[in-house]
Design a protein around this ligand. Structure first.
Ligand SMILES: [Zn+2]
Ligand SMILES: [Zn+2]
Ligand SMILES: [Zn+2]
Length: 166
């Protein structure tokens, strides 16, 4: 899916998304006394290349191309760092990573995943989370899932005829 042409950069200024994400990352790292090393920063930037989640092996290949130490432990450590810092989320159903647009707020990840273009939109809905926990508790069930992933068709794909979709 990484080679497919995407329309997501046409519908908004994606450079703005990338710049904001990197600026937030810099600020958060300073606040948390962490270092946004070169490989962490580049990994974040690569994940933010689009709104489609990036798999660990795709990330590894891209970093290798650029001459980074792309041994799997290095890449996984960078991913762990970004996850723990709240800068990215793991989209479990795609086994891939997505940049978080509200990294500076504590939240759970709620995702709308487009079946056609594989773009993922995150939405912020703490009420749903509290309601789900409460509901599960009435069944004596302890929720462990950190994300909710919903599939469907995004607004852009909906307007395209089936054959023209990415
Ligand atoms: Zn964007
Ligand atoms: Zn998020
Ligand atoms: Zn779509």
């Amino acid at each position: 899916m990484s080679s497919k042409k995407t329309h997501d950069t046409n519908s908004h200024n994606h450079n703005h998304c990338i710049e904001t994400a990197l600026a937030t990352a810099e600020t958060l790292c300073v606040e948390q006394g962490q270092r946004l090393t070169k490989v962490r920063r580049r990994a974040l930037e690569l994940i933010w290349e689009s709104h489609r989640p990036l798999g660990a092996y795709q990330l590894l290949a891209k970093l290798a191309e650029e001459g980074f130490n792309s041994a799997p432990p290095t890449v996984y450590r960078a991913l762990d760092f970004l996850l723990n810092a709240g800068l990215i989320h793991k989209v479990e159903s795609m086994n891939a990573y997505l940049g978080c647009a509200h990294a500076d707020k504590v939240h759970q990840g709620y995702f709308l995943i487009c079946d056609d273009c594989h773009n993922v939109m995150e939405f912020d809905y703490q009420d749903i989370h509290s309601a789900l926990i409460a509901k599960a508790e009435t069944q004596g069930f302890e929720l462990r899932a950190k994300t909710i992933e919903l599939t469907g068709l995004c607004a852009d794909c909906k307007t395209l005829p089936e054959g023209a979709r990415p």
